[in-house]
Design a protein. Structure first.
Length: 138
């Protein structure tokens, strides 16, 4: 790989990232949570959990909802879209979103773009499941 272009930071080797697990990196003095979500795809969101104030997002549980790749905060279990940073399930609180970063993979090198982007599209939280009706046995 040639030298990274201005605005990009080399953070690790792709082989350092375990699929569907998070890892933390420091980009321009800010903690970023990286997630390897496919053979060669890496997504990045802020490491700071906006609900707890702890830098823990890389320790969240990776999953999916309605086709969106997600991470659930390990603290209070809010669920965020890994591509957009939108909060999909605020668990009864006001939705707060995560910043995202552009990521490139060149060969085995993972690069993160400078200056994470704030979420611009607000997504309504998922509706709470309807109460289950029960019937008495005859």
């Amino acid at each position: 790989m040639s030298r990274p272009q201005p605005g990009w930071t080399v953070v690790c080797q792709l082989s350092d990232l375990v699929p569907e697990r998070g890892a933390a990196a420091l980009v321009d003095g800010e903690q970023v949570a990286l997630f390897r979500v496919g053979d060669r795809e890496v997504l990045a969101v802020q490491q700071l959990d906006p609900y707890s104030g702890a830098h823990v997002m890389s320790r969240g549980i990776v999953g999916s909802r309605a086709g969106a790749l997600t991470v659930a905060s390990p603290m209070y279990k809010q669920v965020f879209d890994l591509r957009t940073g939108a909060c999909l399930d605020p668990v009864g609180k006001e939705p707060q979103h995560l910043r995202t970063w552009s990521v490139r993979v060149e060969g085995d090198v993972v690069l993160v773009g400078s200056g994470g982007a704030p979420v611009e599209v607000l997504v309504a939280p998922l509706a709470a499941p309807a109460a289950l009706e029960t019937t008495e046995a005859p």
